[in-house]
Design a binder for this molecule. Sequence first.
Ligand code: GLN
Length: 482
Amino acid sequence: MSTLTELATRLNAGEASSVELCQDYLARIATHNPTLNAFITVDADKTLAEARAADAQRAAGHAGPLTGVPIAHKDIFCTEGWRTTCGSKMLANFVSPYDAHVIHQFKAAGMPSLGKLNMDEFAMGSSNETSFFGPVKNPWDTAAVPGGSSGGSAAAVAAGLCPVATATDTGGSIRQPAALCGITGIKPSYGRVSRYGMIAFASSLDQGGVMARSAADCALALSVMTGHDPRDSTSLERPAEDYTRDLNRPLAGLRIGLPQEFFAAGMAPDVAAAVEAALTEYRKLGATTVEVSLPNSSLSVPVYYVLAPAEASSNLSRFDGVRYGHRTAEYADLTEMYEKTRAEGCGAEVERRSLIGAYVLSHGYYDAYYIQAQKIRRLIANDFTEAFKVCDVIMGPTTPTTAFNLGEKADDPVQMYLSDIYTIAVNLAGLPGMSVPCGLGRNGRPIGLQIIGDYFAEAKMLNCAHQYQLATDWHTRVPGGF
Ligand code: GLN
């Protein structure tokens, strides 16, 4: 399976055209997607038209570093002319009249789209089982979930159906599926990637990012995505960055913080052993480790499940059957139209979150739940600020276990919510986080190491991940049959 750099080199050397690369990936998608269900929408004509345009751009001497290299997009990003479903029946036939900022950036870089990737409905989930379009299978073991909500992105990259994919992370949806599918994924600092045209779940937590086969590839793709966008009021006024700039720095003297709360009970023994082995590797590379404490992190799951549903219930009120998306066929009056439209258009998890959100924002409970959760959110962020006084990056497991089986947690929301126990605090604080493959568990399923940086430390995190990947080969492992 090729990296972005390898694909770009072949294009530059004239060994392959973008059309040929896209045809190869489309053939792999045709072979494997019926099993994996990673893509919701594939349209070879559109892909090849974009590839021909990229080849023409190159022929005219206007190629950038990634011109002609294909990418695939999580179906949460609005794409002009391509259907954008967000994994929901509500938007099953929705075609956006405009491109999300992120899509615009990749188009401007000349990267043709291979299609739209499956995801949990409105990005609510940790297993990709809430998608209206059916679950995604984990390429390492099709009995296992790929993680969620960006499960289509993770499975597609892991199976070599695309070399890189966009994804989003509200509570872990880039890092957790990256870990469960054995690939590399990064969620940048909040505000770094424009949310314009990225269908909103919980606006104060949602952040776009990328998944690829290596940290070096993530660095290349992330460099395309970031930068200020005036159309998103939370987009920070910082210029775009070259995230490859520090990849080759030696790690001597790096201080790695190990949160004692992440290494307490709850982590499966095989995950603990793989993370420990990765830390040993970092010490060999010249890093030192120091224990840090995130005393309020145990509250991050309950805090998240007050705040994220609150924001979701507000954001999803736009899906009312009036403006766009699904509308019920028969109704007597407006109220019945709303009720039937939403009942038909939204799955159980989305309904659950809308109800919780409306409840915690209601007059009688706002102070008790919503305001209280906001206060604890601040304490959680402060814990990280304290920790970063004594370390450069924080490391630990991405998930407590390897991928669980399809159906195993589907009927138990609380168990499902706990799969994000190590990732959610990062979103609450707005920090950047990533996951890199660091081993295989007892059942042969991948394990991820989480790297958390201070605000805007993406280049440093990618440096840490890249140096580890130069010294180890976990990121080069490919699931059998792909
Ligand atoms: N699993 C978490 C949830 O269901 C996080 C989802 C996400 O990051 N989009 O909310």
